[in-house]
Design a protein around this ligand. Structure first.
Ligand code: TEU
Ligand code: CA
Length: 556
């Protein structure tokens, strides 16, 4: 190990991500809530994680399921009250678990009082809280495309100007150039810290600065004629300035952590955020792996993922952040289920085996593992019947635009594979109606496979993904080498096997994972004893389909 590597609680623990709307409904209205999470705290603690990240729980009209915040200091009514929040926080802390909140400050809701004021008049004190511009010849101020709608601009009659929204029309971008905006955000963060929260996951935090003059993008236009222009809004120098200011203003003197979500960032840029020399963020969520099956036009153009590219991405990030720290994840609330995407659902046996293999492959890398709710059960993508089953605005907008071009068939098959609702259906607690999630009508359908994939069944089956995840987390938590040790890629050219070593003070762990559905011959059988595997028979140089093995070699 690099002896300069600083130890920290957030490096040593794994984080469990909870999508509150779909975790557990305590009052039968079909919507998960804070009290529901509090009721499941023993389950969460039993996993062996050290922290929980909650997707946004703030007041919101839910255009984008809480990522459009109308009040940063109130709890969404369906989720409960501030007293419920305090009880949840106390319950977590009583179990030694830390709480990480989502921080969504690239944009707010258009129903936030700042925006309600801002749109009233050009001389309103809140006008410059957002990004307003005159149109050009009756059209948008520039050609930028949005993530969710064709254009990133919306015309507002009241003042005959347009406002910028990189996401939906109900998510106007805040103007970070305005020091008053920054002061409001930092004060709000400090009040949450004072309340006891232990960190933030910062939504699209590398997009907060926009290029001076908001120049047109020069890439290929969308079918609607707009250009996606991250060169003008991602990772700009001013974003780093703001983050350093935030660090000084909010984190000084606190043992808290932050992980920034950073779409488009390369590993070099990622390192520039977490570089211990001027640490702005503790970790970033990279998109490189999540984009591995996306074509040139983006996530909906689905291409097969390939193992050599996966190895290259992982090695690149592990190497570039060798003196920093990585985040490790296969999925989140925006991504399809990993077992459906990178493993196998062709049989129950292979679903379970490949879900375990994926856990090993990711969690023993150097970094902090994030587990998205249900991953510990090997939950799968969802057999949605048609578009009326979908609630996510990204999928709905995409479908609508595709349908206008007569391409709804193609769009639907892409939504089944990559739509965000795959991750957002209710957590599967039991085989009973609605997967034990609610006694009412769930806000989003439950996966019919809850009849066999659920917490109750997994608790009773010693071979379940759930029991395996607990053991995997314990293996990592008990080993300095697996936490802090150096990473090196092995089996570099192997077409089926992903393998690496982790080494510290003369101890080496070797991890080999067959990422394919065919048996694979190792080029070299690792030194040491096989101490962990997803199969009971794990000897010799042949890995069964989706087999994972962990060897330990200690020369001391
Ligand atoms: O996601 C940021 C982001 O880049 C997404 O648009 C992502 O590309 C997309 O979800 C992939 O399908 C964050 C949140 O995680 C997401 O839930 C929000 O919708 C988005 O920001 C806006 O706040
Ligand atoms: Ca509820």
């Amino acid at each position: 190990m690099d002896s300069v590597i600083e130890q920290a609680w957030w490096k040593e623990c794994a984080v469990y991500q909870i999508y509150p709307r779909s975790f557990f409904d305590s009052n039968g209205d079909g919507i998960g809530d804070l009290n529901g999470i509090t009721q499941k705290l023993d389950y969460i603690a039993s996993l062996g994680v050290g922290a929980v990240w909650l997707n946004p729980v703030y007041d919101s009209p839910n255009d984008d399921m809480g990522y459009d915040i109308s009040n940063y200091e109130a709890i969404m009514r369906e989720f409960g009250t501030m007293a419920d929040f305090d009880a949840l926080l106390a319950g977590l802390h009583a179990r030694g678990l830390r709480l990480i909140m989502d921080l969504v400050v690239n944009h707010s809701s258009d129903e936030h009082v700042w925006f309600v004021e801002s749109r009233k008049s050009k001389d309103n004190p809140y006008r410059d809280f957002y990004i307003w511009r005159d149109g050009k010849d009756g059209k948008e101020p520039n050609n930028w495309a949005s993530f969710f709608t064709p254009s990133a601009w919306k015309y507002d009659e009241t003042t005959d100007q347009w406002y910028l929204h990189l996401f939906s029309e109900k998510q106007p971008d805040l103007n970070w150039q305005n020091p008053a905006v920054r002061a409001e955000v930092y004060a709000m963060m400090n009040r949450w810290f004072d309340r006891g929260v232990d960190g933030f996951r910062m939504d699209v935090i590398n997009l907060i600065a926009k290029a001076e003059g908001l120049p047109d993008g020069s890439g290929t236009p969308s079918p609607e004629g707009y250009v996606f222009a991250p060169e003008h809004f991602a990772d700009l120098p001013a974003a780093h300035d703001y983050l350093r200011e935030m660090r000084r203003t909010c984190f000084a003197g606190r043992d808290c952590m932050c992980v920034g979500e950073t779409p488009f960032s390369s590993s070099a840029t990622g390192f520039s955020y977490v570089d211990p020399a001027h640490r702005e963020l503790d970790m970033v969520f990279s998109f490189d792996l999540m984009d591995i099956d996306s074509g040139k036009s983006g996530k909906w153009e689905i291409v097969p993922w390939n193992l050599s590219r996966m190895k290259a991405i992982i090695e690149d990030w592990q190497t570039a952040l060798a003196t920093g720290w990585n985040s490790l994840f296969w999925s989140n609330h925006d991504q399809p289920r990993p077992v459906s995407r990178f493993g196998s659902t062709s049989s129950e046996e292979l679903r379970v085996r490949s879900a375990k293999m994926l856990g090993v492959a990711m969690h023993l890398l150097r970094g902090t593992p994030f587990i998205y709710q249900g991953e510990e059960l090997g939950m799968t993508n969802v057999p949605f019947r048609d578009i009326s089953d979908i609630r996510d605005l990204e999928s709905l907008n995409f479908y609508r635009l595709a349908a206008a071009r007569g391409e709804e068939q193609k769009a639907w098959s892409a939504i089944l594979q990559k739509g965000r609702d795959n991750a957002r259906v209710p957590m599967q607690w039991s085989a009973t109606e609605n997967a034990g999630f609610t006694t009412g009508t769930p806000w989003l359908m439950v996966n019919p496979n809850h009849e066999h994939i659920n917490v109750n069944a997994a608790e009773q089956d010693v071979e379940s993904v759930l029991h395996f995840y607990r053991k995997l987390l314990r293996l990592r938590a008990d080993s300095r080498t697996l936490i802090y040790g150096d990473f090196a890629l092995i089996e570099r050219e192997h077409p089926q096997v992903f393998g690496y070593t982790r080494s510290l003070d003369g101890e080496t762990y070797t991890i080999v994972c067959n990422m394919s559905g065919m048996s694979a011959l190792l080029s070299v059988v690792p030194n040491g004893d096989c101490v962990f595997s997803n199969l009971t028979d794990h000897s010799g140089s042949t890995l069964q389909p989706y087999e994972a093995r962990v060897y330990r070699n200690n020369r001391n």
